[in-house]
Design a binder for this molecule. Structure first.
Ligand code: ADP
Length: 327
C-alpha cells in the first residue's frame, strides 16, 4: 500500500528564475490546504546536506508572488553529487519526518532528484524553473516569459539610441545551450538577424546583408546573439564585422543578469501557481518522481529520469519570418 505523505519539503536548485517565489507560495499553501506540514529547504540541495531547513506556514509566503529571486535562495551543491552527501541529506529529512520533496530547478536538479529518490525512497516532484525554456516535456518553464520580456524592454531602449545615431547594435542575451530567449525577443523587437546555438552562424550571409543594407542607407541594424552561439558571442562578432566593414558604426550591449531578475510576468505567476499546486497533488495521488509541465495548456507529467535539455530543432518558419520582416 502506498505510504501516506504528511510532511513535505520545497526547495529551489540550480540557476534562479523569476516566478520561483510564486511557485514556493503555491506549494506551501496547497500543502497546508491538504493539512500537510511544509518545510522550506534553503539553498537547494545544500540546505538538505547542511540541515538548513525551516517550517513554513501560509504567512511565511505572504507578499512574495510578485517578487523575483527566491526567498529560499538557490545554489549548486557538489556534495549532493556524491552518495555520502545524499545520505546526509536523507538523514536530515528523516529526522523531521519529511516524506516528499518538491524541487524547483532545471534538468540537472531533476537528475539529482531522481538519483536521490532511487537511493532513499523519498518521492520527488520536479517543477521546471529556468529562464532558458530548454526542458523537453513542457511548453513553458517558470521564468522564461519574464526573462524574454525584460530582454524586449532593454532591446527597445537600445533601438531608440541606435536609431538616433544611425548605429548598428549587437545585443547578447542569455542562452548558453538554447536560443529561445534570442529567438523570441529578436522577433518581438524586429531584429535584423538572430544568432542561436541551434543553428550554424552564416557569417558570409550576415556580412553580405549588412553591405546590401549599407548601400540602401539602412544603417540601424540590430543583431541578437544568444551567448552560446558558435561564433563566440557579441564581442567576437563585432570585431569581425568592424574588420570587414570599417565604415559601419557597431556597438555591443550584453544584457547579462538583468534577464534573471525582476518581478515575474502574469504568465510566469500563473504557470508557477498551477505547477506548484499540481506538484502537491502529484505527491498526494502517488504520481511520484515526475516533473510537472504544461503542454497544450494541459498538465503534463514526465518521469524525472527522462528530463533532458530540449534539443528541439528550431522552427524553420520562425527563422524565415525573421528574414522576411527584417528588410
Ligand atoms: P540546473 O538544475 O539549473 O540544470 P545544475 O545542473 O547545476 O542546475 O544542477 C543543480 C544541482 O543539482 C547540482 O549542483 C547538484 O547538486 C544537483 N545535481 C545535478 N546533477 C546531479 C546528479 N547527476 N546527481 C546528483 N545531483 C545532481
Amino acid at each position: 500500500m502506498q505510504k501516506k505523505i504528511s510532511r513535505i519539503g520545497v526547495l529551489c536548485s540550480g540557476g534562479d528564475s523569476p516566478g520561483m517565489n510564486a511557485c514556493i507560495r503555491a506549494v506551501v499553501r496547497t500543502g497546508i490546504y491538504h493539512e500537510l506540514e511544509v518545510f522550506g529547504v534553503m539553498r537547494g540541495y545544500m540546505g538538505m546536506v547542511e540541515d538548513d531547513i525551516k517550517p513554513m506556514d501560509t504567512r511565511s509566503v505572504a507578499n512574495i508572488i510578485q517578487r523575483g529571486g527566491t526567498i529560499l535562495k538557490t545554489a549548486r551543491c557538489m556534495e549532493f553529487m556524491e552518495y555520502d552527501g545524499r545520505k546526509k541529506a536523507y538523514e536530515n529529512l528523516r529526522k523531521r519526518g519529511i516524506d516528499g520533496l518538491v524541487i524547483i530547478g532545471g534538468d540537472g536538479s531533476f537528475r539529482g532528484a531522481q538519483t536521490f529518490s532511487n537511493e532513499f525512497d523519498i518521492p520527488c516532484i520536479g517543477l521546471p524553473g529556468t529562464i532558458d525554456k530548454d526542458i523537453a516535456g513542457t511548453d513553458f518553464t517558470i521564468g522564461f516569459d519574464t526573462a524574454v520580456n525584460t530582454a524586449v524592454e532593454a532591446i527597445d531602449k537600445i533601438r531608440d539610441t541606435a536609431d538616433a545615431h544611425d548605429r548598428m547594435f549587437i545585443i547578447e542575451v542569455m542562452g548558453r545551450d538554447a536560443g529561445y530567449i534570442a529567438l523570441h525577443s529578436g522577433i518581438a523587437t524586429g531584429a535584423e538577424n538572430i544568432l542561436i546555438p541551434e543553428k550554424k552562424t552564416d557569417i558570409n550571409y550576415i556580412i553580405e546583408s549588412l553591405l546590401e543594407k549599407e548601400k540602401r542607407k539602412k544603417l540601424v541594424n540590430i543583431i541578437i546573439v544568444a551567448e552560446g552561439e558558435e561564433f563566440g558571442g557579441a564581442n567576437e562578432l563585432s570585431k569581425f564585422i568592424k574588420n570587414r566593414i570599417p565604415s559601419l558604426e557597431v556597438r555591443v550591449a550584453i544584457l547579462g543578469h538583468i534577464q534573471r531578475g525582476g518581478s515575474p510576468t502574469c504568465m510566469d505567476r500563473l504557470i508557477a501557481s498551477r505547477m506548484g499546486y499540481h506538484a502537491v497533488e502529484c505527491l498526494l495521488e502517488g504520481r511520484h518522481n515526475v516533473f510537472v509541465g504544461i503542454v497544450n495548456n494541459k498538465m503534463n507529467y514526465t518521469p524525472l529520469n527522462e528530463a533532458v535539455k530540449k534539443k528541439q530543432r528550431i522552427n524553420e518558419e520562425w527563422m524565415k519570418i525573421v528574414k522576411i520582416l527584417a528588410t
